[in-house]
Each structure stands twice: as C-alpha cells, then as structure tokens.
Design a protein around this ligand. Structure first.
Ligand code: ATP
Ligand code: MG
Length: 453
C-alpha cells in the first residue's frame, strides 16, 4: 500500500469532449475542405465571441424555444452582474456584430464561421453539450438565388468530403402575416382537440403552437397530421420565392424532397427552411439546418435586412465520414530521425532543420535521461509515426559522415535501405518523395550501401 494520500482526479465536463490527436487529422481534413469550398463561393470568415449577452438569444431565438427555455448555459458576471450566455448558436451573434459594425453598409455580405456552441442537453451519440458548428450567413440578399447558392454550397461540400447518403428536405414557412393567419386557425384546431394534447403541447398552445406539429408523441400523430398546413397559407410572393429556389436546384441537378412538416427550432425563420438528413446516424440524423431570416435584423432594432444561412454539426459529419469509410491519412510526418551517440544526435538535429527547410514534416527521436534507446525501439516509433522514410545515424555513420535512409513503405523490404553522404541526404529524400529519379553519385558505389539489422 502506498503511503501517499490518494489525489482525486479531475475529469472533463460531461458532454464536453476532447478531440485527441488520433481524431485531429479528420477534423483538419474537414475544416480545410470547408474553408476551400466556402472560399470558392466568395464567403468570408467572421469570428465572434463565445460569450454574448443573454438578452441577445432570448430576443433573437424567441423565449418559447427549446434552446432559450432549457438549453442555455447562462450565468451572472460575478464582478458586475451582467447576464451572460455561452452561445448556443451563432446566427444571433453574427447579426449583432453586423449591426454593431454596420457590415452591410456598402452592400450584402457573405460570411461564414466555425466554432464551439453550448447547449445543456442530454449527452448521447451525436448530441453533446459543447459541440461545433460551421455555418454560413448571407446578409442583405432577398432573392431565391442565394437560398439555392447556400444549398449548392452544402452539396459541394458533401461531394468533396465523399459523403453520399445525405438528402435535402425543403419547405417554405411563409411570411409573418401568413404564419399569423395559420396560427389563428391552428390554435382553433388544437382547441377542438384539447383532450388529445399532452402537457407540453397544452403549455405551448398559445405561446408556440407551431412547435406542437413537431411532437414525437405517437398518440398525437394522427391529430397533428390533420392539422391546418402552413403550406396552404402561403401567399403569391412566398410561393414564387419558393418556386424560384426549386427551379435553380432542379436546373443544377440538386435533388430534394419537400417536407411540408419541416419547421425549424428558432422563431426567426421565414420562407425557405431546409435540413440535410442522413439515416446513418440513428436518431441524430440532421447534419445541417438552415433557412431565411428576413426579420432578425429588425428584431435587434436594425434596418430591415433580408438574410439566409445554415449551420452544420461538425461532430455528426465527422461520424458520417468515419461511417462511410472516408480514408484519411493518419501519418504525422514524412521523415523520422533515429540516432545513437552524442555526435549522431547533433547531426540528426541539424539534418532535421535542413529537411524542414526543404518543406518536409520531420519528427526527431528525442532521448530520455538514459539515452536514445535501441534502434529497434526507435524503428518501432518510426513505423508508428507513419513516416515515409527513416533516417538512421549510428555512431559508425556519424564517424564517416554518412546516414542510412530507410524507405518505410517500400514494396521490396529486402532492398529498402541506402547509405548516402550526410550532405546528400536532403536531396535524396526530396527526390524520392517528389518522384524525381535523378541518380545520386553515391548510389553507384556499393561500399556506401549497408543494411542495418
Ligand atoms: P436537433 O433537432 O438535432 O436538436 P437542432 O434543430 O437543435 O437539432 P440546429 O440548432 O439547427 O439544431 O443546429 C444545426 C446543426 O447543429 C444540427 O443539425 C446538428 O447537426 C448540430 N447540433 C445541434 N445541436 C447539437 C448538439 N447538442 N450536439 C451536436 N450537434 C448538434
Ligand atoms: Mg436541438
């Protein structure tokens, strides 16, 4: 038994995950792909703070929404009592920033963001308390063309990521007056069936009856299916806007299904709403959601400014990438440097710097207090690193200024090593990696070739 008092371990917060190095390569691949796709449509990145005034979300998202009612991490600033919230989504923050900095003064803006969001939900597969979204917001555009462009941009991203099983669901939820008329009729309909409404539905009857349509309660399905449909209330302008979106999508061969029951969680949406859904992630199958929000600028006290956007859940998309076997490169360097002896260690360090000058990613084996360890154990590490080449400098090599270059991925493993002069090592590796086959002088001299065992 140890005499030491047991020190309690401190763990991460439930529902908030570490992204470990083994997964980081996939995140990088995703983020690089996103960045290049969004750039190819002229979208510019914006970064807003993670903490915003609580008021912003209460007013922007609507008081009677899942997020504002029960999912926000809100707290009082201990120093001045300000009411603050860890952002649960980023559209409100971006509209706030656009108004604060008058971003649309000289015309519409295409913006995108990437970052953590926070919602106090029950953690499960695809649903976390800190999760990450990439989103795009097109501010100041009123036509159906931008709605379609945002959708095309998502489609291109799925294609570039090699994701095939994501389908597009599309709907129009009309404008404020159309929704108002529908709401009146909907409440009247629900009042006729008041005995069928569960407690949550009754609570929402007058505050947010549209959300009752979203119920998962099986005993309410038939009643809900026969309720007045918002779609039947759309006026001419809403209809022609929706027609416009569909026309562009069809013209560009982007398949979609119209789901007239699709309503989105936030109050600020109008007209076009859409979701990208997959069947491969169980019940957390929505990987991206978006739509038009023409009233949000006015809700925040700004000049009316039409806008449209989407947000996608990175964790869900990465899981889908894993499920669809999207290969990703797990190697974290091109060259691994192994060495033994003081002089060899010095030379390895210098060689590492020169290889990096030449643009290669290099991992230098670092010694412990007891030395660098056997070549056998170093070569195991070289193998695990995913390096294409190991460069070995032992005491013998250091003494005569040569290095041994071992091709780690060679097909012919009996013939995968070569000894070259120290000064020729960088050129040799660069030539090999870029596929250049220029003969190197030293290779002709068999006395330079020796095999490590
Ligand atoms: P859901 O119905 O799954 O709760 P939502 O409508 O609340 O989703 P949005 O606010 O539209 O989600 O956010 C856009 C996307 O962000 C979702 O489609 C999803 O991919 C992702 N997302 C939302 N909440 C979470 C969460 N708690 N954990 C992981 N991803 C999430
Ligand atoms: Mg949700």
């Amino acid at each position: 038994m140890s005499e030491n008092k047991k020190i309690e371990k401190i763990n991460g917060v439930k529902g908030m995950n570490d992204v470990l190095p083994a997964d980081a390569a996939l995140w990088e691949l995703f983020e690089n792909t996103v960045q290049s796709v969004l750039k190819s449509y002229g979208f510019q990145q914006i970064r807003t703070p993670i903490v915003e005034s609580t008021h912003l979300f209460a007013r922007g998202l609507g008081e009677v929404t899942d997020i504002v009612e029960k999912e926000m991490y809100s707290f009082d600033d201990a120093l001045n009592g300000d009411k603050l919230t860890l952002r649960p989504e980023n559209t409100a923050g971006i509209v706030r920033a656009a108004l604060e900095h008058n971003l649309t003064y000289d015309g519409p803006k295409r913006l995108w963001y990437n970052g953590p969001m926070f919602r106090h939900e029950k953690p499960q597969r695809g649903r976390y308390r800190q999760f990450h979204q990439v989103g795009a917001e097109a501010l100041g555009f009123s036509g159906p063309d931008i709605d379609a462009e945002l959708i095309a941009m998502c489609q291109r991203l799925w294609d570039d990521l090699g994701l095939q099983n994501i389908r597009l669901e599309l709907n129009s939820i009309g404008d404020a007056e159309e929704r108002q008329q529908h709401r009146v009729d909907l409440i009247a309909y629900f009042e006729q069936h008041i005995d069928l409404l569960d407690a949550e539905a009754q609570r929402r009857l007058y505050s947010n009856p549209l959300r009752i349509l979203d119920t998962k309660n099986p005993s309410m399905q038939t009643m809900v299916n026969n309720a007045p449909k918002l779609f039947d209330y759309l006026g001419d302008e809403s209809k022609s806007h929706f027609e416009g979106v569909q026309k562009i999508l069809r013209h560009n061969c982007i398949p979609f299904t119209i789901n007239t029951r699709l309503v989105r969680g936030m109050d600020y949406y109008n007209r076009t709403v859409f979701e990208w859904v997959t069947d491969e992630l169980g019940s957390q199958g929505t990987v991206c959601g978006g739509g038009r929000y023409d009233s949000l600028f006015s809700i925040f006290g700004g000049k009316p400014t039409p806008a449209c956007g989407f947000a996608m859940g990175i964790e869900r998309l990465l899981e889908l990438m894993k499920a669809s076997g999207e290969a990703h490169n797990s190697s974290h360097c091109d060259v691994y440097l192994a060495h033994q002896g003081d002089e060899a260690q010095m030379q390895s360090f210098v060689l590492g710097e020169r290889l990096r000058d030449a643009g290669l990613d290099v991992v230098l084996h670092c010694a412990s207090a007891s030395g660098a360890g056997s070549f056998k154990s170093q070569m195991k590490k070289a193998d695990a690193s995913g390096a294409a080449y190991a460069v070995i400098i032992g005491e013998d090599e250091a003494a005569v200024n040569t290095v041994t270059i071992k091709a780690m991925r060679a097909e012919d493993m009996d013939n995968n090593q070569i000894s070259v002069p120290f000064e020729a090592a960088v050129d040799h590796i660069v030539n090999q990696m870029t596929g250049t086959t220029d003969a190197i002088d030293c290779c002709d001299d068999p006395s330079h070739i020796h095999i490590h065992h």
